[in-house]
Design a protein around this ligand. Structure first.
Ligand SMILES: [Zn+2]
Length: 311
């Protein structure tokens, strides 16, 4: 399909784009969605964004699952574990926030925002770990909620927040947004000077994308509206004023078995994984993911940005 000459890469601005088609595979809804990948920076964007995306987010989608609360005793254990983890690097039963929290090294009193927080489970774990100023933003949640003392979920966009933060994070939410420019500017504006931005998202640098194209499980048409390359996101964020501190790849075996399920014409049915793949094959996939992460070729990454301290 010829691309309108007005269309530009949302990350680097180049108009040299290559279009391709993809269909909805997670649920098996099909359809025909036109994406483009950029010749210059490699980033991917959806050109034909459905006016109503709600049919593609069924009620079982992760944002709407039930929050798992912890008892007082469990919270106490979690807070001890958090202290041991942050202060001494000790992690037993590797916590879900593991590696990236260790890199961010926030103080327990820091004001932290999670953009695209869904049911707030991640913030709740931070609360249980001892953090006390936590804010979730998600315009798609049913209602605003004070989940715990010092933990509020806001039914709004980050742009509408009335305070500034020490840390803003997005865990696999960025790729669901239409305008990287707008959300990055909002993050910059809502961060205190010296504040940190963590973006975890799929990346177009991956081997699995290059080899499998529209079958790549994390292309996830039409839910993923943008998928940056490392260079594309770096460029765009630096243009806004951020400095990129580090990129850490954190892909898993999901990139292989998810993509293979699609190649076999299946939907994303986790129950089918054991039907198609032996334990040895799964282990080999996990090993390969670790290797690709080290080479910067896994299919998702964590970007650690900082808003510079004004001189
Ligand atoms: Zn580009």
């Amino acid at each position: 399909m010829p691309i309108n000459s007005q269309t530009a890469c949302k990350f680097c601005g180049s108009s040299e784009l290559n279009s391709f088609h993809a269909s909805e595979r997670m649920l098996g809804l099909g359809g025909d969605f036109t994406y483009a990948d950029c010749f210059s920076c490699g980033s991917i964007q959806l050109l034909t964004i459905p006016e109503d995306l709600s049919p593609y987010y069924p009620s079982g989608y992760y944002s709407f699952t039930q929050l798992q609360l912890s008892s007082f005793k469990t919270r106490l254990l979690k807070s001890l574990r958090m202290r041991a983890f942050l202060d001494f690097g000790i992690a037993w039963k590797a916590p879900m926030y593991g590696y990236w929290l260790k890199k961010l090294r926030p103080r327990l009193a820091d004001r932290i925002a999670d953009v695209g927080c869904g049911n707030g489970q991640l913030l709740y774990e931070l609360y249980a770990g001892g953090f006390s100023d936590l804010h979730g933003y998600d315009p798609f949640i049913a209602e605003e909620k004070q989940l715990a003392p010092g933990l509020k979920l806001w039914k709004k966009r980050l742009e509408e927040a009335d305070s500034k933060f020490d840390v803003i994070m997005m865990h696999h939410a960025f790729e669901h947004m239409e305008h990287p420019d707008e959300i990055l500017k909002a993050c910059f504006e809502k961060l205190n000077s010296g504040g940190q931005l963590l973006i975890r998202c799929p990346v177009a640098d991956s081997v699995v994308w290059k080899e499998s194209r529209e079958l790549w499980v994390q292309l996830d048409a039409p839910r993923h509206l943008i998928i940056p390359s490392v260079n594309g996101l770096k460029l765009k964020a630096e243009q806004i004023g951020f400095s990129l501190q580090e990129v850490e790849f954190d892909s898993s075996d999901f990139q292989f078995w998810g993509t293979e399920l699609y190649r076999k014409g299946e939907i994303l049915d986790v129950g089918k994984v054991s039907k198609y793949f032996s334990t040895e094959e799964r282990l080999a996939m996990q090993k390969k993911a670790l290797q690709l992460n080290q080479e910067g070729k896994g299919d998702q990454a964590c970007f650690y940005f900082r808003k510079p301290i004004k001189a």
